[in-house]
Design a protein around this ligand. Structure first.
Ligand SMILES: Nc1nc2c(c(=O)[nH]1)N[C@H]1C(S)=C(S)[C@@H](COP(=O)(O)O)O[C@H]1N2
Ligand SMILES: [Mo]
Length: 334
């Protein structure tokens, strides 16, 4: 996302108002004619269009039955799913490089099973767990969420996972736990973006949430996408998904969960504190210092069909989450 001091949004991505209007009326016509309705809501596990020529990820044996038993989500009315090849081929995962194509190209060798997770800090059930054991008691569910990257693009993605709240309850955080911190794998042998000179961030990648955000029913620990296991480029074997926040909060390939009293030092905020806040709530009224956040490019998009839409407060989840921030100045706590 943004270490490059260059202009991140190319001029081809800036849509003239006329094109934008045309596109809107085209979409309206399609919806009226029923052409979009079929691709829109009510997709459930096992009923995806899997005709795209893309590699799938069955996942380890222990996960397969859980994925198949996942409870389906009805989807988001009038917002079709972003096709699988885009979800799994246009990624930010700096551990594997800076380009959107790098994670898919370079992450395929990542060993994701068995996977060890450390639980640390202010909780009764700290220790080292196999992911399989950690997740054993939990049923999975499909959650179709918007994902809005701080760079200005977005997708609609059918994740499969468990509410983070369910896992937190089992780990029994103490009364001192005010935040929860997550850490991504640090393994330069497997992650070329962590090697050498061009290394961009201070590894490992760290993110965090306030406990009430972590316990919010929308907050998901994802282990799958489109009914299958997560591909490595999407953060296998498990990653956070916080749909009302910019995508960088949704940390991938987690190896440590730590409960703390202090606000954790998180990667993008540490890297550029004036550009990326701890909260990172999607907010069309607070621009990034180098670009507007008022609109977004909903993928798939192209030069001729840029598909620019208005960005919504809390990414369209204001009814569910606005109360978490009542009384907070969101310009200050961006
Ligand atoms: N460990 C780690 N997690 C990460 C990132 C990263 O570079 N490293 N990128 C973040 C950003 S900026 C976004 S937009 C999302 C992208 O998730 P996706 O590739 O599954 O769409 O992952 C987030 N999680
Ligand atoms: Mo992002």
């Amino acid at each position: 996302m943004l270490i490059k001091k260059a202009v991140d949004i190319r001029s081809s991505e800036i849509t003239p108002e006329s094109v934008y209007r045309q596109r809107r009326s085209l979409i309206k016509a399609l919806v009226a004619g029923g052409a979009l309705a079929a691709a829109g809501p009510a997709l459930a596990l096992g009923r995806y269009d899997l005709s795209e020529d893309a590699k799938r990820y069955p996942g380890p044996d222990w996960l397969q039955g859980k994925l198949r038993a996942a409870k389906a989500d009805d989807g988001i009315p009038n917002e079709p799913l972003t096709p699988y090849p885009h979800v799994t081929g246009h990624n930010n995962f700096y551990e594997f490089g800076l380009d959107k194509q790098d994670p898919k190209a370079k992450a395929q060798g990542l060993v994701t099973d068995p996977w060890s997770v450390e639980v640390a800090g202010e909780a009764a059930k700290t220790g080292r767990y196999n992911l399989e054991d950690l997740l054993k008691p939990h049923a999975l569910e499909e959650r179709i969420y918007r994902m809005r990257c701080v760079e200005g693009w977005s997708m609609v993605i059918p994740w499969v996972g468990l509410p983070l709240a369910d896992l937190i309850k089992r780990l029994e955080p103490t009364a001192n736990a005010k935040y929860v911190e997550f850490t991504t794998l640090h393994d330069p042998a497997q992650m070329p973006g962590q090697r050498g000179f061009f290394s961009t961030l201070d590894w490992p990648y760290v993110e965090g949430l306030r406990m009430d955000e972590a316990r919010h029913p929308l907050t998901l620990l994802a282990v799958g996408v489109y009914g299958d296991a997560l591909p490595p480029q999407n953060g296998a074997p498990f990653r956070l998904v916080v749909p009302w926040k910019y995508g960088f909060k949704s940390i991938k390939s987690i190896v440590r969960i730590r409960f703390t009293e202090q606000m954790p030092a998180v990667t993008w905020n540490q890297t550029a504190p004036n550009e990326y806040g701890f909260y990172a709530n999607v907010n069309p009224n607070v621009d990034h210092p180098r670009w507007s956040q008022a609109t977004e490019r909903r993928l798939p998009s192209s030069l001729f069909s840029p598909n620019i839409i208005d960005t919504r407060m809390f990414n369209g989840y204001a009814d569910e989450v606005a109360h978490l921030y009542s009384g907070m100045d969101l310009r200050k706590w961006f």
